[in-house]
Write a protein that binds this ligand. Structure first.
Ligand SMILES: C[S@@+](CC[C@H](N)C(=O)[O-])C[C@H]1O[C@@H](n2cnc3c(N)ncnc32)[C@H](O)[C@@H]1O
Length: 176
């Protein structure tokens, strides 16, 4: 499944770390691209581009102004829409259904501040990762990991310039 993430309503300063962590999580767990709305923050884009250059892959991050126009266009032209919300249906109850759609492109929406009702209406699936409030980073990580059956996070990037040599104790990397 081609996985694209939409992070809603980024706020300068307040959300800097959170949005950066959403992008890092998206990249590490198999998404191809992240779009974000709210305040434009080129420093986040630069730091994600730097990491992608060093650690490999083709992950892209892009700012968009109008989330509703973007979502409506996606619905018409691109594929399915999953909105992650604690108010939705538990992921485990929809996993088989979602995996049957593995040939589709999938837009995964995560919020921050209050998500408007229109997003719930436009989503094909409102999916909960449990029904407790937690975090957009946690919700995204669990969703991507379950959808990709843990395979995406084990992927190696042939164009990486740095790689970790896993070890029981200590830290080691090699330049490639
Ligand atoms: C800090 S939470 C906001 C919670 C908010 N009360 C709401 O409307 O969901 C920010 C984002 O984290 C994600 N999130 C938090 N808990 C979740 C859960 N249990 N299941 C799925 N997504 C969750 C949602 O994408 C949510 O928009």
């Amino acid at each position: 499944m081609n996985l694209v993430i939409l992070r809603l309503f980024h706020r300068h300063m307040r959300d800097k770390r959170m949005t950066t962590h959403i992008a890092l999580t998206a990249r590490a767990f198999g998404a191809e691209e992240l779009f974000y709305t709210g305040n434009h923050d080129s420093s986040i884009e630069e730091s994600i581009e730097r990491i992608t250059k060093e650690w490999g892959g083709n992950f892209q991050i892009n700012y968009i102004e109008n989330e509703l126009a973007f979502i409506k266009k996606w619905k018409k032209e691109d594929g399915i829409i999953v909105h992650l919300t604690m108010f939705g249906i538990e992921l485990e109850d929809k996993l088989d259904d979602l995996r049957l759609k593995s040939n589709n492109k999938c837009l995964v929406i995560v919020g921050g501040t209050k998500v408007p009702g229109a997003i719930y209406q436009l989503a094909d699936y409102n999916i909960a990762i449990g029904h407790q409030p937690h975090s957009e980073v946690a919700a995204l990580a669990v969703f991507l990991d379950r959808i990709t059956k843990g395979e995406a996070r084990r992927k190696k990037h042939s164009d990486a310039s740095i790689e970790i040599i896993p070890m029981e104790i200590g830290k080691n990397t090699k330049q490639t």
